[in-house]
Ligand binder design. Structure first.
Ligand SMILES: [Zn+2]
Length: 337
């Protein structure tokens, strides 16, 4: 171990040299690599958490840079997948740890494989479906996870230890219905992100260090602009369908074929069956219909009013429409059903 690198953390009595060794042998997975995910990954990599996996479906855009701290203008110009750009930056920050960037959309078919074998999951997703899916798999595998969400100047977090604390479904049996405020409709400021990521990371370190008795044990919500802090102590619901009856409805339902990317004028289309696209071949074929750009991870195809970002696993983000039917027909026309 490089003691100098971690010297200030080793001086902190709750970590010490033994704790630092433990962190270097620890494994954490971060689901989502936007504002929350980059802040969490940055702190965990610097702390010397030995193995980090970062999963994200999206690519870097200019509007991310105000709050997504691992990305720069070159990443946005190159349209690098966020998981790849983050992994590259983290290796420069700390070359002693193993960082894996996974470019995938999290769904019920892949989530178990993505989180299995890790000691803690940090939630940095941007939608309720992903969090309920994560709650299901975490309870199923008895895996601690740390909920986090932020919008505007308001952020919330809760640490879930399956079997001992309330789970997400104990508090809210299902996701809210109807429109909810998101970063795409009411914006977000980076200090609110930093606040909630700091708490999530602190909780993750306590879990990795085996200091569960020091977890905060609350649902914390803070409006950093208005300086309003709320703290409630959630109780387990004995009738909870997830952690009581162990019914994993989100994990067991059939996977989505499309997802609207809220506020982005985009629809994400999933391949109906697993496939592997040859991006070089596709680039040659699509060049006769419109403008094509590519990097080693994805291909960007502009045609009519649409811009298609196509990934090797057959997933595509169709920009220029909110209409899933239209997006699917554009997908079928150029990529194939
Ligand atoms: Zn529960």
């Amino acid at each position: 171990m490089n003691r100098e690198k971690y010297s200030r953390q080793i001086l902190f009595p709750s970590i010490g040299a033994d704790g630092q060794e433990k962190l270097l042998e620890s494994k954490a997975v971060i689901l989502g690599c936007g504002a929350l995910g980059t802040a969490q990954a940055n702190a965990l990599a610097r702390a010397g958490v030995g193995t980090l996996r970062i999963v994200d479906r999206d690519f870097v855009e200019e509007s991310n840079l105000q709050r997504q701290i691992l990305f720069d203008e070159a990443d946005a110009r190159e349209r690098l997948p966020k998981a790849i750009a983050a992994a590259r930056k983290l290796k420069q920050i700390n070359s002693e740890i193993a960082v894996e960037g996974v470019v995938e959309d999290i769904d019920n078919r892949n989530i178990e494989g993505l989180v299995s074998g890790f000691q803690v999951v940090l939630d940095a997703t941007d939608n309720f479906e992903a969090r309920y899916l994560l709650n299901d798999v975490a309870v199923k595998l008895s895996l601690p996870w740390i909920y986090g969400a932020v919008v505007a100047s308001y952020a919330m977090t809760m640490t879930i230890l399956p079997g001992s604390t309330a789970c997400l479904a104990c508090l809210f049996s299902s996701p809210p219905v109807g429109a909810t405020e998101t970063c795409d409709t009411v914006g977000v400021i980076s200090p609110a992100v930093s606040w909630v990521a700091a708490i999530q990371v602190t909780e993750a370190l306590k879990i990795l260090l085996g200091r569960r008795q020091e977890l905060h044990g609350a649902m914390l919500a803070y409006d950093i602009w208005r300086n309003q802090l709320q703290e409630v102590r959630p109780r387990r619901d004995p009738d909870c369908r997830v952690c009581g009856a162990r019914e994993f409805a989100w994990l067991n339902r059939s996977g989505p074929t499309h997802t609207s990317l809220c506020g982005r004028d985009s629809v994400q289309i999933h391949a109906a069956a697993p496939r592997r696209l040859d991006l070089a071949e596709l680039k040659t074929r699509l060049a006769q219909f419109g403008r094509v750009r590519a990097n080693e991870f994805l291909l960007i195809f502009s045609v009519d009013a649409f811009e298609l970002t196509i990934f090797p696993d057959g997933r595509a983000i169709i920009k220029g429409t909110h209409d899933p039917t239209l997006a699917r027909s554009v997908y079928a026309k150029y990529i194939g059903a």
